[in-house]
Ligand binder design. Sequence first.
Ligand code: NAP
Length: 549
Amino acid sequence: MANSENHPDFDAVVIGAGFAGLGMLRKLREEHGMSVQVYETGDGVGGTWYWNRYPGARCDSESYMYCFSFSKEMLQDWNWSGKYPEQPEILSYLNHVADRFDLRRNIQFNTRVTSARFLEDASLWEVETDQGDRVTSQFLITGIGCISSGNVPDIKGLDSFQGEQYHTGSWPHEEVDFAGKRVAVIGTGSSGIQSIPVIAMQAEHLTVFQRTPQYTIPARHGTIDRKFLEETVKPNYDDLMERARWSTAGFPMDRDERSALEISAAERLEIYEASWAEGGTRFLSTSFKDVSTDRRANDTMAEFIRKKIREMVQDPETAEKLMPTDHPFGSKRPLIDTDYFETYNRENVELVDIRHSPIQEITPRGIRTDDHEFEFDMIVFATGFDAMTGTFFKMDIRGRDGLLLKEKWSEGPKTYLGLQTAGFPNMFMITGPGSPSVLSNMPVSIEQHIDWIADLLQHMREYDIKSVEAEADAEKAWVVHVNEVAEPTMFMQANSWYLGANIPGKPRVFMPYAGGVGTYRKKCNEVADNGYEGFILGTGRRGAETVKS
Ligand code: NAP
């Protein structure tokens, strides 16, 4: 409980101890001398990388850019081993951050925040947990991740299955043994395409249930090039990070500013072949400027990938089933893989197209589709997440007048800059809906939010401002802008989790900001420079006039 109305237990409560929570805690405690309490459901730090331990899990950002930039020393002395960071290595990195900056003493593990209520009279947040904590803080900051509420579809008979079943997003800490087992994987998103090749190598038989075929790019993963790291990356980290901050997707790479249609087919092919050979992030980030907005330009890239699939998959019938034709390239989250398509050349792997023969039920022994009954020892759900809003809705978050966040967002998330939502004073979201978050290299976006929030809190201290809240009109305008930016893009042409389309009944609203990391940063900076335009800075009392600063 609060010591008194004006003396909360903490300056800030932060929810989650992943990249966002760890970074926010360090920033507020070390640079601003604030008292911070972090609550974390897991028994360790890591967030996404604590939970997603499925075989093959790794990040699609190249490792040297998938890290914090606040410590120049840490950038120099941390050595990644893989070109792309694998889950255990990212988890070690985040544990290292927690140890190096002595963060654990302000984190309470094994603790889920169940509710957060804004106490209007005191202008404080009261936060409750499943461990019986009830504390107050001036600020509430969520670092709960965008993709953290696992979605197991409500398939008839789900609980009747007598074998083992797992969701990729809450994978056991103990090793899962696939040897000698008949395994089903449902889902072919990022988690599916990463785990399928690894499971196939170990299982007796693997059956993949695919609803939507995917475009995926070979990662060309391997050990990191030490020379590149020592000679090109480390001496130039300041520049690389700065370029990433002002880029489209949070990587220090420039896309090709030409149209895919303004060059000859032969030249285009040569470019696609070269970036396919480099693979991964490079293929995605250096594509032509109009691939994301012009369907004809997009078709050139999509057709290039389809041709590659035909070359990689030996059985023409399987290749045809794997062919993405119903949505443009990049309209769903772009994927990068290791041997995904080649896996279907294995004797022990079978592909079931559940668009043509849908899953009817899960039985005690396996899965029954329209035209077949399968028996399995294990089912792996790689079926994704209730992204961007799901984790918010698991908590009872109430703002002014007891307004429930879930109710406020019943038609889709409404935020100003993805940082705040009107009616919820002093509550901030790190990479909330309406920010570039999931369309970017996450640590870059997370650090931008951390810095921006910390600067605002500092400003509030300097001017004795007690509360900050998004203006309803500013929020309305931002929501309109987020939609306008997404409208002409390919994102609107697929059933993706960006649009909430993977969750039955979820409003179809494009949730992240598609205008790019650099453009977004500029907008946030302008808002701050203009005296936090669009935010109400006040005394914390209802009806009190805005504090001028
Ligand atoms: P996802 O991209 O949402 O993929 C879920 C898969 O399950 C899709 O193939 C989906 O089919 C299928 N599915 C969902 N509900 C189904 C149902 N009722 N019946 C049959 N199939 C169903 O989830 P994810 O693969 O876990 O990835 C989520 C996000 O997490 C990624 O987009 C990415 O942002 C992040 N992630 C990143 C990495 C990485 O950096 N490498 C790795 C893992 C995850 P439809 O396509 O038809 O909906």
